[in-house]
Design a protein around this ligand. Structure first.
Ligand code: CP
Ligand code: NVA
Length: 304
C-alpha cells in the first residue's frame, strides 16, 4: 500500500474547512455527553511518537483511544530507530503496515509533513515547534461549553506568540473570531502567518500593550514564557514580564471572561496563582477536553 492523498491527516487547523472542524468538535461533544458507550475504533491501533516530553497529550490520547475501543503503542523518538538515523519517511512506511493511525510530537514541522507524505495511514500533529492544533481544538470546545459560539468573540492572547498562539491564529480565521495578541516585538507571530491572515481577511491584531488586548475580551489566554525548544530562558523572562496574566489584566476583560492555558503552567511567571486557581479559570476543563476533542479527531481521521 503506498501513500495516498485520500488519507485524512490532522496536521494543522488551517488545512481543514470549517465544516470538517465542526464535525470533529460536534462528535467530541456528543461522545463527551455519551460517556463513550460505543466503541467505533474497536480493532484499531494508534501509535504515539514523542520526541519531546508530554503529560496531557500522552495520557489523553491513550485513554481516549481506549475509550473508543482501540489499542495504543507509545514510543519515544530515542527508543525507536528514528532517533538513530532511520528516516522519518521509512519509519512512516513501516508503521503504516502495523498500525491504523499515528500521532507525532516533534520539533520541526517539516518532519511532520515528511511523515504524512510517506504514511498510508492518518498522521496527527501532537505539537511541533511551530503549532499545536489538537490543543486549540480542545480550547474551542472549552470556550464554547462555557460561553457559547466562539464566532465573533474576542480572545486575548498575551505573552510569547509561540506554537500554541500560531494555532490560535489559524483558529481565529477558520472559526471567525477576533484574536488580539499582546507580545514583545521580538516574540511576534511569523510575518508569513500574518500575511496568511490578511489574505483570508482574518481579525488578528498585534499590540505591545496587554491592557489594550485584554479590554472587554471574552477570554484571556497565555502560555509558558519558555517553550520546550527554547534555549534563551533569561532573555524571554525579561521580555515577557509585562505580559503576565494577573488580577489587573483579568479585571480589564468582560466580567464573565474565562482564563485559559494549555498547561504546563509556571505559577507567578506567565500567570498568578490567584488567576489560575480563581473562579474564571477554565484550565482543568481545558485539560479534560483534550481527551474529548482528540476522540473527535481520531474518529474523523478514521472516518467513523
Ligand atoms: N498542553 C499540552 O500539550 O501538554 P503536554 O505537554 O503535557 O502534553
Ligand atoms: N509552548 C509550549 C506548549 C506545551 C504544551 C511548548 O512548546 O513547550
Amino acid at each position: 500500500m503506498g501513500s495516498t492523498s485520500q488519507v485524512r491527516h490532522f496536521l494543522d487547523i488551517h488545512q481543514h474547512d470549517l465544516a470538517s472542524l465542526r464535525r470533529m468538535l460536534d462528535s467530541a461533544a456528543t461522545m463527551k455527553r455519551g460517556a463513550g458507550a460505543e466503541k467505533p475504533l474497536l480493532g484499531k491501533t494508534l501509535a504515539l511518537i514523542f520526541e519531546k516530553p508530554s503529560t496531557r497529550t500522552r495520557v489523553s490520547f491513550e485513554v481516549g483511544m481506549r475509550q473508543l475501543g482501540g489499542e495504543v503503542i507509545c514510543l519515544t523518538g530515542k527508543e525507536i530507530q528514528l532517533g538513530h538515523g532511520e528516516t522519518i519517511a521509512d519509519t512512516a512506511r513501516v508503521l503504516s503496515r502495523y498500525v491504523d493511525i499515528i500521532m507525532l510530537r516533534t520539533d520541526h514541522e517539516a518532519k511532520l509533513h515528511e511523515m504524512a507524505a510517506a504514511a498510508s495511514v492518518p498522521v496527527i500533529n501532537g505539537l511541533t515547534d511551530s503549532s499545536h492544533p489538537v490543543q486549540i481544538m480542545a480550547d474551542i470546545l472549552t470556550f464554547e461549553e462555557r460561553k457559547g459560539s466562539i464566532k465573533d468573540a474576542v480572545v486575548c492572547w498575551t505573552g510569547d506568540a509561540n506554537n500554541v498562539c500560531e494555532s490560535w491564529i489559524h483558529a481565529a480565521v477558520l472559526f471567525d473570531f477576533e484574536l488580539r495578541i499582546a507580545c514583545p516585538e521580538e516574540l511576534s507571530p511569523p510575518a508569513a502567518t500574518m500575511d496568511w491572515v490578511r489574505q483570508h481577511n482574518g481579525r488578528v491584531s498585534i499590540t505591545r500593550n496587554v491592557e489594550v488586548a485584554a479590554a472587554d475580551a471574552d477570554a484571556i489566554v497565555t502560555d509558558t514564557w519558555v517553550s520546550m525548544h527554547n534555549k534563551d530562558g533569561q532573555r524571554r523572562h525579561n521580555l515577557l514580564k509585562p505580559y503576565q496574566v494577573n488580577a489587573h489584566v483579568m479585571g480589564l476583560a468582560k466580567k464573565d471572561a474565562i482564563f485559559m492555558h494549555c498547561l504546563p503552567a509556571h505559577r507567578e511567571e506567565e500567570v498568578t496563582s490567584a488567576v489560575i486557581d480563581g473562579p474564571q479559570s477554565a484550565v482543568w476543563d481545558e485539560a479534560e477536553n483534550r481527551m474529548h476533542a482528540q476522540k473527535g479527531i481520531l474518529t474523523w481521521c478514521l472516518d467513523r
